[in-house]
Design a protein around this ligand. Structure first.
Ligand SMILES: [Zn+2]
Length: 188
């Protein structure tokens, strides 16, 4: 195993997709506050507790099952932005014994930007909500039209808006199609 693997964000799931372990780097990198107050030893919460979007969860479940069925890893590229940073992660999904899986996040690219209020969970939200793709980070501004967060803010004139819409975890068609084509390579 690569010597620096220890410090990469990692999370393991058991056969029923309950969190078996998660390291500090994962909690910090994902800002997953739902996990922050939990013991880092055995957490025993399900995927559903931290992946709120139903479609997003279903796609992850499909991918996890493929990894288990084939017994080989996949890499899932995804945007993992923070308000002040654009980031691209390659999430490596490995099979473990007894149908467990391990997720290891490799940050392959990042870039600073002025912080975006729309991505800041601390900013209060109004009644409306916008679908936010969990993989490409784009926002659906109207049915079928997805834009980068910066562009969506301008198109929807959110800078001048009285309150910001909530973001709801979703998946755009482009990402859905590409994820459904992701299969582990069978080991020779
Ligand atoms: Zn997408």
């Amino acid at each position: 195993m690569h010597p620096s693997t220890d410090t990469l964000p990692q999370l393991t799931l058991d056969a029923r997709n309950r969190i078996a372990s998660v390291n500090r780097a994962w909690v910090d990198a994902t800002r997953c506050d739902g996990l922050r107050d939990q013991s880092l030893e055995v957490i025993d919460r399900t995927l559903a507790d931290f992946v709120k979007g139903v479609q997003v969860r279903q796609l992850w479940e499909i991918l996890l099952e493929r990894v288990r069925a084939v017994g080989a890893p996949i890499f899932v590229p995804m945007r993992a932005d923070t308000p002040g940073q654009r980031r691209v992660w390659d999430v490596e999904v490995h099979p473990l014994p007894e149908r467990g899986v391990q997720l290891v996040a490799h940050c392959v690219w990042k870039e600073e930007r002025p912080a975006l209020a729309l991505l800041d969970p601390a900013v209060p939200r109004g009644e409306e909500s916008l679908p936010h793709c969990a993989w490409c980070n784009r926002i659906q501004i109207r049915i079928g039209a997805w834009e980068e967060v910066e562009d969506a803010q301008m198109t929807l004139r959110l800078d001048a808006a009285e309150s910001l819409p909530a973001l709801k975890q979703a998946v755009c068609d482009r990402c859905k199609q590409s994820l459904l084509k992701t299969f582990p390579a069978r080991l020779a």
